[in-house]
Design a protein around this ligand. Structure first.
Ligand code: NAG
Ligand code: NAG
Ligand code: NAG
Length: 516
């Protein structure tokens, strides 16, 4: 086992993962399945009832803290009788909930798997009801205390980085105080072990079948590196560079294709004037780009008051990168940017891109992203200049438009107090028992093709599939070709030929199906 820091290597030998497979089955109660409530079943186009289950797992795999933890699971039954085992899903974030996302995404992902597997997801520790990561006692208290989600991106002004740095310290201190009993139990390596507890409890072949999105690729890469002999199928879709996840302040590589994705948005806009409201404001993509650059500068100087919010520099950049995740929302993004260009304040009331602080404050585990990501990260400092050096020295250079969007997470994570009790500290040069399928989009604003290439080169025997589409992860712009490769892989283990590129089914700014 090429896992873990040496401190825990010994302790872990007495942990439950080391118990041979058969014995574990006897010791654990297994998954207790029941029917899911109607609001979850309602997502199923076939009127089926999903299985909702719980599984008890060790709270602390080092054995230092006794006790167990209940994981919440959801199972979507296979469409066909010839069951080929279960596929586990993680939807990213980190901090994304598993149960709800499994139910709501199943109409899209189940056909893509070929329909012969049960599909299972679970709320990873730190999310949902599972060691919920709430640094504040209630939503009112959070809204009153938390300033971090108003945090400005660093390039907003001379003062922005310093302020956000101070806000990051407040959040880190508050979480350290409130969550002192559980903070170090949340992190990716323990979640990997939880995942294999699920695999064991399913009582199938003891092997992992997995599809992870975005941060789910970091979880997946860590799982493959920790348990290379226990992999049957693994798809990493929208790949993060896991080395940077553990060893940098702000994952500079993530922004490799952000600017290019934005340029492609502008080009597609000019080519589709009927579906892109911005097109009439310029005669070329270059001119339109300059107009939006000026708009961003203008909002820095003179932000727009909208309801209870102020829409300025950081908000427009947040909106832009957020919408670049979803090509189906490109027309909406164009509408909204036009409202800003014309400072049409009436139209703003319908702007869904404005994050309502109350909604954030009321989310179930609003600090989970920080809790998981920050506790995984090795570098820490109380010296802002070190963070500034990575941010301005590396990330600004990677993306001249979106390079300051990670300011909030970087400043909080650098000053975080918890370290995950176990962190995977090995490398990712791995030969798994079955090869993995690595998928990257050509124009993904946050998980570039470069990271998919890197991981595919490290995982021996794995194949890289290039999804020649826009947005974050393959499901953002569907492709029959990509879906077929995914189904072939899950059903038969067949990997695409080297150099395979799949085209999306519908072009950008395609009006139907209407985005939500
Ligand atoms: C929220 O928590 C604070 C601090 O514990 C408490 O004083 C306050 O009454 C709580 N508010 C609500 C609405 O529960
Ligand atoms: C502002 O936006 C609203 C709603 O989209 C639209 O009906 C109205 O015509 C716009 N006003 C101007 C001056 O463009
Ligand atoms: C920061 O601001 C400068 C000056 O406006 C600009 O040239 C640069 O592209 C900006 N970088 C980012 C990442 O916002």
């Amino acid at each position: 086992m090429r896992t873990t820091s040496s401190i825990f290597a010994l302790a872990l030998l007495t942990g439950s993962y080391a118990i041979p497979h058969g014995q574990l089955q006897n010791r654990l109660a297994g998954i207790q399945w029941a029917d899911c409530p109607p609001e979850l079943n309602a997502f199923d186009p076939h009127g089926r009832t999903f299985g909702c289950g719980t599984l008890e797992v060790p709270l602390d795999y080092t054995g230092e803290i006794p006790g167990t933890l209940k994981l919440d699971l959801l199972k979507v039954p296979a469409m066909k009788e010839s069951k080929k085992g279960s596929i586990l899903f993680n939807w990213g974030g980190p901090g994304g909930d598993g149960v709800f996302n499994m139910a709501s995404a199943s109409p899209i992902v189940q056909p893509m798997t070929g329909g012969e597997h049960d599909l299972i997801s679970w709320d990873p520790r730190g999310t949902g009801e599972t060691l919920a990561y709430n640094c504040y006692p209630n939503a009112t208290d959070r809204a009153a205390t938390v300033r971090w989600h108003h945090g400005q991106f660093a390039n907003a002004s001379e003062a922005a980085l310093g302020r956000t740095w101070a806000e990051g310290k407040i959040l880190a201190d508050d979480c350290a105080e409130t969550l002192k009993d559980i903070g170090s139990l949340v992190g990716t390596a323990f979640t990997v072990r939880d995942m294999f507890q699920i695999v064991d409890a399913l009582g199938e072949d003891g092997k992992l079948r997995y599809w992870g999105f975005s941060y789910g690729t970091t979880l997946g890469a860590t799982a493959l590196a920790m348990f290379p002999d226990r992999i049957d199928r693994a798809i990493l879709d929208g790949v993060q560079n896991p080395m940077q996840h553990y060893h940098t302040f702000g994952d500079p590589e993530m922004y490799t294709d952000s600017d290019e994705t934005w340029q492609e948005f502008l080009k597609a806009c000019m080519e589709n004037p009927n579906a892109c409201a911005l097109a009439k404001h310029a005669s070329s993509a270059g001119e339109l780009g300059e107009k939006i650059d000026r708009l961003i500068d203008n909002l820095k100087e003179e932000p727009i008051p909208a309801g209870q919010s102020i829409f300025g520099y950081s908000e427009i950049k947040g909106l832009m990168i957020g919408k670049l995740y979803y090509p189906s929302q490109y027309s909406d993004l164009a509408d909204q940017l036009e409202w800003m260009l014309t400072r049409n304040i009436t139209a703003f009331s319908g702007l869904s891109g404005i994050e309502d602080p109350q909604t954030v404050a009321a989310a179930t585990s609003p600090e989970a992203l920080f809790g998981i990501r920050c506790s995984d990260k090795v570098p820490r400092t109380d010296n802002l200049e070190l963070v500034r050096a990575e941010l301005e020295g590396q990330i600004y250079r990677t993306s001249t438009i979106f390079g300051d969007t990670p300011t909030n997470t970087m400043t909080a994570c650098a000053q975080w107090h918890f370290a995950a009790k176990e962190r995977y500290s090995g490398d990712f040069r791995v030969k798994t028992s079955s090869p993995a399928l690595i998928i990257g989009n050509t124009w993904d604003p946050v998980t570039p093709l470069k990271s998919a290439r890197t991981i595919s080169e490290l995982f021996e025997g794995s194949a890289l599939l290039q999804h020649n589409g826009h947005g974050h992860m393959t499901i953002a712009q569907p492709s029959t070709c990509t879906s077929k490769h995914i189904a072939d892989y899950f059903l038969t283990g067949t990997l695409p030929q080297p150099g395979t590129i799949c085209e999306p089914d519908t072009p950008l700014f395609h009006k139907k199906p209407k985005s939500s």
